[in-house]
Design a binder for this molecule. Structure first.
Ligand code: ADP
Ligand code: MG
Length: 550
């Protein structure tokens, strides 16, 4: 199995001349029998990373996918180009699945798609052993992690795969996983040392804008009026909202429909196909809309209310501009939306993780730094230039050369060996006489007291900016200690300058923040170490599923 062979299969079955970035390295990695984690945005071409091995390696690629509806579409698409693919899931009749099982046993299948339930059902492993599996591809692999935004308990059983089939490589693929989710994913799948392949998440053709959420409907009508004949999606929080807004837009003379899970299947299929065929220009939808919709000329996406996390946000705005042409995205934000969403997070197992993710979403919406930097840094992409295509870049707040300030902050983190949280780092900078500072000898480090000229409050703000800008990150899994990102090296050693936002503007928010803190303090929920919470989640799950605790 060689790169040439892979390239020939790409041309022969799919008609493409070249691999996209990362695809070939991933395929070669699989050829060599290695496990891997693939992080690639939606539409990036993840499937090719297991479809080419399926066409070139002896044996069958087993694809685990949680989305039964998409499974059929994928298999139909592959069959149409002469690839022998089939699926097994709980929605099938006995004779249907029997034919598929027979085909597998006869060694006739390149690809076998299965739902996680099916894969882990009784006797399925020994069925698979009757023939040869050359690769397990776990699609939407973020579902395995409680850190992820779309956690599915049934996925946690997939750990058994690597134990049962030690020689078969496992490839975990996802479009949405921050650093922690990826690490957890690897651990959960029993492939902690798997190489990670991260493709770029940057979509430079999408403009990013956040506006205060006042008079949203009027703003939306104006937005649409400025974009005649363009297709777009407005994401709403509730079914009622989608209907009200669609009514309002129709009254204003626009061609709009509502879409949500409460509509009949026929109705939903019609709205969807009318949108794809350009019969309906505007869809007001809940997040139920969009999965598997392949429409390249969506010119704009509006969020009537803020999504729960940046993963969802990225995925939803990503439905615009698939053809690469300039497209606009607009997010409405108000502090009330934040509290509404917060109240919707119930006390379930991973409530704290959801809260932490919601906070990152809010920081994005409130940010005074380039929004694309924040978004890309969230997906662990080291992106250090302002994008020029977001509202902050278009109308920048007052900035100053914050290099010296940043050097102090970064070097105190470095000198404290990246083993303290933000509060301690700031206390050391401010030369605090805290007892544990003396005890740990932190008063001996060179930057002790180097930041006496600023209040803790100011330092907190600037640390926040350094995190948003990707110079520092928070190790939630390790008592929220601050860690240096690669960009920090450039500031400390290579003379990179750092522009920060003068934060007088932010000061007005202090009151808001204070009342928020008071409310939070009153809440009974502990906001302790997230890693502890995750362990607890796992313990509960293990108990429910009667598998040995992790
Ligand atoms: P993902 O699963 O990452 O969301 P898909 O695997 O569905 O993305 O691929 C999205 C589209 O990109 C598909 O239409 C696929 O045929 C196309 N594609 C994948 N790889 C290539 C390539 N090397 N060259 C051109 N198009 C590609
Ligand atoms: Mg996919």
């Amino acid at each position: 199995m060689t790169p040439e062979l892979a390239r020939t299969a790409l041309k022969k079955y799919f008609g493409y001349d070249d691999f996209r970035p990362q695809q070939l390295s991933i395929i070669e990695h699989v050829y060599a029998g290695n496990d891997g984690i693939v992080l690639m945005p939606t539409g990036g071409g993840k499937s090719m990373c297991f479809q080419i091995p399926a066409m070139t390696m002896p044996g069958t690629v087993v694809v685990v996918s949680p989305l039964i509806s998409l499974m059929k579409d994928q298999v139909d698409g592959l069959t149409a180009v002469g690839i022998r693919a089939a699926y097994l899931n709980s929605s099938q009749r006995g004779n249907e699945s029997h034919a598929v099982e027979q085909a597998y046993e006869n060694g006739e299948l390149h690809l076998l798609y299965v739902s996680p339930e099916k894969l882990l059902s009784n006797g399925f492993f020994s069925f698979l052993r009757r023939r040869r599996v050359c690769l397990f591809a776990i699609d939407e692999a973020h579902c395995i992690s409680a850190w992820g935004h779309d956690f599915r308990p049934e996925y946690t059983m997939l750990k058994q795969l690597k134990t049962a089939f030690q020689d078969v490589p496992v490839l975990a693929l996802t479009a949405t996983a921050d650093r922690l989710t990826r690490r957890d994913m690897a651990e959960q799948l029993g492939i902690p040392d798997a190489k990670q392949f991260i493709a770029s998440f940057n979509r430079p053709n999408l403009s990013l804008e956040v506006r205060p959420g006042q008079k949203r409907r009027e703003q939306i009508v104006r937005f649409i009026r400025e974009r005649p004949e363009q297709a777009g999606i407005v994401y709403c929080l509730s079914r009622k909202q989608t209907e009200n807004l669609a009514d309002k837009l129709r009254e204003a003379g626009y061609n709009a429909e509502a879409y949500h899970a409460g509509l009949s299947a026929d109705r939903r299929a019609k709205v969807q196909s009318d949108f794809i065929n350009d019969k309906t220009l505007i869809v007001c939808a809940t997040i139920a809309f969009g999965m598997g919709i392949d429409k390249s000329n969506v010119r704009w996406v509006i969020h009537y209310t803020m999504p729960k996390n940046l993963e969802n946000y990225y995925q939803e705005i990503g439905r615009a501009g698939r053809d690469g042409s300039k497209s606009d995205t607009l997010l409405f934000y108000s502090y009330n939306d934040y509290t509404t969403l917060k109240d919707m997070i119930s006390g379930g197992g991973n409530a704290d993780i959801q809260l932490a993710k919601l906070d990152r979403m809010k920081e994005y919406a409130e940010s005074l730094a380039c929004r694309r930097r924040i978004l890309l840094n969230y997906f662990s992409e080291d992106h250090s230039d302002d994008c020029g295509n977001c509202d902050v870049c278009a109308n920048p707040p007052e900035r100053f050369d914050g290099t010296v300030l940043a050097q102090k902050a970064l070097s105190v983190v470095a000198r404290l060996r990246q083993s303290v949280g933000q509060g301690m780092a700031i206390d050391v900078l401010r030369g605090s006489g805290r007892q544990d500072i003396r005890k740990n000898g932190y008063d001996q480090v060179k930057t002790y007291g180097a930041g006496r000229d600023m209040s803790s409050y100011d330092w907190n703000q600037y640390f926040g900016q350094l995190i948003s800008l990707g110079y520092l990150y928070v190790a939630h899994e390790d008592y929220n200690k601050l860690r240096l990102a690669p960009a920090a090296r450039r500031v400390l050693f290579d003379g990179e300058t750092v522009e920060l936002v003068k934060f007088q503007i932010i000061k007005d928010r202090k009151k808001q923040e204070e009342s928020k803190t008071a409310k939070r303090a009153a809440a009974p929920r502990s906001r302790g170490n997230l890693f502890e919470v995750l362990r607890e989640v796992r313990r509960n799950l293990a108990r429910e599923a009667a598998i040995p605790p992790y």
